[in-house]
Design a protein around this ligand. Structure first.
Ligand code: PMP
Length: 360
């Protein structure tokens, strides 16, 4: 039989996630950490991996790692759930709080996975687009949240790709306006030096998402976690794949937690580099740079698609949003090593020099 029954109808409108990774000299497109764990830390990781029983299934809930994470935040371990990257936990959220007949409130432009997960789970997406300065339209968001027709909400803080944190005053009002589950995606919170973790005990509908992929340099390992009231964790546990976090990743995560403090200087360096880059970019004619509290900067550039091409020809890969909804004319550049950042700035300046001088 040479026939194939069609896949589920909801897949028709779905496009697989594409990180748009291309070979380059300077990878400034995925908001990764520019530094691979090295030296004594790498040694400790190697030793921990050597002890893993590869023939045994992993602990489904990664209790060793969970315990360390809980301790770091002064919480009990049943407030923590580890996942195969933050990505898996975001999907679990849509499975557990979404589904047919349920609704998700999104604030585009933001991380595209939220909407994709909603579509994949048959969840209705309600959008409140951000304002021209990329801030959330607070009154519109609060009105929809208070209507009671929303089951879950994701607020990305700092927001990817626009860079700023959501104001505490808004988050407090939102948490109080609704019983919908509100996930605050803090994937980049270390670079903002700001977090809502302390709010957890007073808000049962608050979930915080964190990742090892950014500040802790483990994007290749796939480890993220949520912090939330145990009642929320219990529901998320029901939908997760039992062995999604493999033993090697768990072992690496434990080492990273034990060495967590050592990352502070790199985080500080990234923040300082971000500010240096923002200043240099704001001095370029025609370029707008938005304030960022993360490890990337969103910029608006004349001829953004051509600028992306030019940068890529120079070996520099940045994220092209030049034709993305809400983000036309924009590029996002991750903070890399100081050398990579300088190289990016120089190439962008060269590109701008090739443009005809604007009359004005
Ligand atoms: N949230 C945001 C806002 C992100 O940008 C990312 C990664 N790009 C994630 C979550 C997921 O990260 P990971 O799966 O690597 O933990």
């Amino acid at each position: 039989m040479n026939k194939l029954r069609a896949a589920a109808p909801l897949l028709e409108q779905l496009v697989p996630y594409d990180p748009k990774y291309l070979p380059a000299d300077a990878y400034l497109s995925a908001n990764e950490n520019a530094y691979n764990p090295e030296g004594a830390l790498r040694e400790a990781i190697a030793q921990a991996i050597a002890k893993v029983s590869l023939n045994r299934y992993p602990d489904p809930l990664a209790n060793g790692l969970r315990e360390r994470i809980a301790q770091a935040y002064d919480l009990e371990k049943d407030w923590v759930l580890v996942g195969n990257g933050g990505d898996e936990l975001l999907f679990n959220l849509a499975l557990a709080w979404g589904g047919p007949g349920r609704a998700f409130l999104n604030f585009p432009p933001t991380f595209s996975s939220y909407e994709a997960n909603a579509l994949l789970t048959g969840t209705t997406v309600i959008e409140v687009p951000r304002k021209a300065d990329w801030s959330i339209d607070e009154e519109a968001a609060l009105a929809i949240a208070a209507s009671g027709d929303v089951d879950f909400i994701v607020v990305t803080s700092p927001n990817n790709p626009t860079g700023a944190c959501a104001p505490d005053s808004f988050l407090r009002r939102l948490l109080e306006a609704t019983d919908a589950l509100i996930l605050v995606d803090e994937a980049y919170a270390e670079f903002a030096e700001h977090s809502l973790v302390d709010w957890l005990p007073e808000h049962k509908n608050l979930v915080i998402l964190r990742t090892f992929s950014k500040a802790y340099g483990l994007a290749g390992v796939r480890l993220g976690y949520v912090l939330a009231h145990p009642e929320v964790i219990t529901e998320l546990v029901k939908v997760r794949q039992p062995y999604s976090v493999d033993s090697v990743s768990q072992a690496i995560g434990e080492v990273i937690m034990d060495h967590r403090e050592e990352f502070a200087p790199r985080i500080a360096q990234t923040i300082a580099e971000r500010e240096t880059m923002a200043q240099a970019l704001s001095a370029l004619a025609g370029v707008t740079v938005y304030p960022s509290e993360a490890n990337y900067l969103l910029i608006s550039v004349p001829q953004a698609a051509q600028a992306w091409e030019y940068l890529y020809e120079q070996g520099i890969l940045v994220r092209d949003f030049s034709s993305a909804p809400y983000l036309e004319g924009h590029l996002r550049v991750s903070v890399g090593t100081p050398e990579e950042n300088q190289r990016f700035l120089k190439a962008l300046e060269e590109f701008l020099d090739t443009l005809p001088v604007q009359e004005g």
